[in-house]
Design a binder for this molecule. Structure first.
Ligand SMILES: NC(=O)c1ccc[n+]([C@@H]2O[C@H](COP(=O)([O-])OP(=O)(O)OC[C@H]3O[C@@H](n4cnc5c(N)ncnc54)[C@H](OP(=O)(O)O)[C@@H]3O)[C@@H](O)[C@H]2O)c1
Length: 239
């Protein structure tokens, strides 16, 4: 089994909350140095946050000189595209600017970060995308999110093809309903809706963010999973 050290880096977006915070924790336990990119600072002492707004045009010009000095001597780099935003919108009501903002965070920022980090990534490195159940199906009133999460799978597949022969692998982890602030705020903290959601899988509960974090860690460290789409949703009932 590969042993990791402080010279192995996790660069993750959105580790100030939810799945990202749990993922940072797991990589710290495996001795990685963890760098988080988000607007809020991670409350975990071991995590270095470089505050970044991924929706800001040109964020990479501010980030690059701050991030590069940490990564120049990295052995392996795991890049996890986790940050995302979710709005309730629909095909007939979508407004260009909010739609652009969602695509900036969920689609364009991962592409920019890939370009920044791939030149520094040695064999054994990996790029993990966090998709969603909505990467492969749609529900009403989630137009921009569904669109962006379908693009996530496309980005992962294209990343795989472009990086063949580099020793860098990629995969997309698609969580189901996971108990995070994003989910709870989307449901307006309505416990009755949460109960309905829980009955939508055979285990009658939400996914724990730590379960997604462990899945991301496993996929990030297993090259055999190159190009994999990994459903992590407790088995959703087919309606
Ligand atoms: N929870 C679920 O049920 C579920 C299901 C399927 C997929 N997912 C996916 O899982 C991932 C994590 O979601 P979560 O549920 O853990 O949500 P969360 O708790 O709301 O966390 C979202 C993270 O994204 C970051 N973020 C949002 N906008 C940003 C911006 N403009 N710049 C930088 N960072 C930004 C936030 O950081 P700041 O606010 O500090 O910037 C936060 O750390 C997302 O890709 C989501 O689509 C979640």
């Amino acid at each position: 089994m590969t042993q990791y050290s402080k010279k192995d880096f996790l660069v993750i977006t959105g580790a100030s909350s939810g799945i990202g915070a749990a993922t940072a924790e797991i990589f710290l336990q495996h001795h990685f140095t963890v760098v988080n990119l988000s607007r809020r600072v991670s409350t975990h002492k071991g995590v270095l946050t470089l505050t970044t707004d991924l929706a800001q045009n040109g964020f990479e010009h501010i980030l690059k000189p701050r991030l590069m000095p940490y990564l120049e001597k990295a052995d392996r780099i795991v890049l996890v595209h986790n940050a995302a935003t979710l709005e309730k919108d629909s095909v007939s009501q979508i407004q260009p600017d909010p739609f652009r903002k969602i695509l900036e965070i969920n689609v364009v920022a991962p592409a920019i970060l890939n370009q920044m980090l791939i030149p520094l990534m040695k064999p054994g490195s990996s790029i993990l995308y966090v998709g969603s159940t909505l990467s492969e199906k749609a529900v009403p009133r989630a137009f921009s999110y569904v669109t962006s999460k379908h693009a996530t799978i496309g980005m992962m597949r294209a990343t795989c093809q472009d990086l063949l022969d580099t020793g860098i692998h990629t995969a997309c982890v698609c969580p189901g309903f996971t108990d995070t602030p994003m989910l709870r705020s989307q449901l307006n903290h309505d416990e009755s809706v949460l109960e309905q959601i829980k009955s939508g899988n055979g285990h009658h509960r939400l996914v724990d963010p730590k379960e997604i974090a462990q899945t991301i860690y496993f996929a990030a460290t297993q090259p055999v999973l190159n190009d994999a789409i990994i459903h992590a949703n407790l088995g959703q009932r087919q309606q």
